[in-house]
Design a protein around this ligand. Structure first.
Ligand SMILES: Nc1nc2c(ncn2[C@@H]2O[C@H](COP(=O)(O)OP(=O)(O)O[C@H]3O[C@H](CO)[C@@H](O)[C@H](O)[C@@H]3O)[C@@H](O)[C@H]2O)c(=O)[nH]1
Ligand SMILES: [Mg+2]
Length: 194
């Protein structure tokens, strides 16, 4: 595909230790028609999927709590963050990924999930697109205690809490993960637990 506003794209790998950091240099035509040479560092760690798990009968949701180094480096106290269950796609499609992650991280085997939207999570810096889901869980779907993949040293605390409590955490600023904020607000907006 050729676009009129961008040409002469060069890419250089700056780091590929685990995921890939690239330096992208390109000519960009601004709205005033002037061409400028721009440089952007772009981190590519693939795409992801996340899910808000909810139970209408119990009026509960399932969230996770885990240590996140980038937040520890940037003002999040001890570095633990409350999040939706989420993971990276690896080679799966988004739906298969989120069903697998739900079993690994929180221990429920879901039969169906519903995709509610797709969004770029940090569009100035990362290529990542994330697929957002909601899914109903019931106690009989529980197959293990969750916690994440031991061999990868995942150490995930499973939080099952009343939806009202999750909303209180949201309103008091104690939920600081944007993906979690978005899905909890989605649940409020769409009366998911009504
Ligand atoms: N050794 C090593 N392991 C890593 C590194 N980065 C990630 N991992 C490992 O890779 C696995 C990733 O776990 P997932 O559950 O698949 O991903 P996630 O970290 O929860 O990512 C989710 O949330 C991110 C937001 O923070 C999203 O960016 C991502 O798309 C996804 O939704 C974990 O076992 C983690 O330890 C690294 O630099 N080095
Ligand atoms: Mg995860």
């Amino acid at each position: 595909m050729v676009y009129k506003h961008i040409k002469n794209i060069e890419e250089k790998i700056l780091s590929d230790h685990y995921y890939v950091l690239k330096k992208m240099t390109f000519d960009y035509q601004m709205h005033n028609e002037e061409w400028v040479r721009q440089m952007r560092e772009v981190y590519d760690r693939g795409d992801g999927a996340g899910i808000l798990l909810y139970n209408k009968r119990k009026q509960t949701v399932i969230l996770t709590k885990q240590f996140r180094m980038p937040t520890f480096m940037n003002g999040n106290g001890d570095g633990f963050l409350i999040e939706i269950c989420a993971g990276m796609l690896d080679k799966d499609n988004p739906e298969a990924c989120i069903i697998r992650e739900t079993e690994e991280e929180v221990g429920y085997r879901l039969k169906e999930v519903k995709k509610v939207f797709e969004a770029y999570t940090s569009p100035g810096v990362m290529t990542e697109k994330m697929y957002f889901f909601i899914g109903e869980y019931t106690d009989d779907m529980k197959v293990n205690d969750g916690g994440g993949v031991a061999t990868e040293h995942e150490d995930i605390e499973v939080l099952e809490l009343p939806f009202t409590e999750a909303v209180t955490l949201l309103d008091s600023g104690k939920i600081n993960d944007v993906r979690t904020i978005i899905l909890l607000q989605y649940a409020q907006l769409h009366n998911l637990l009504k």
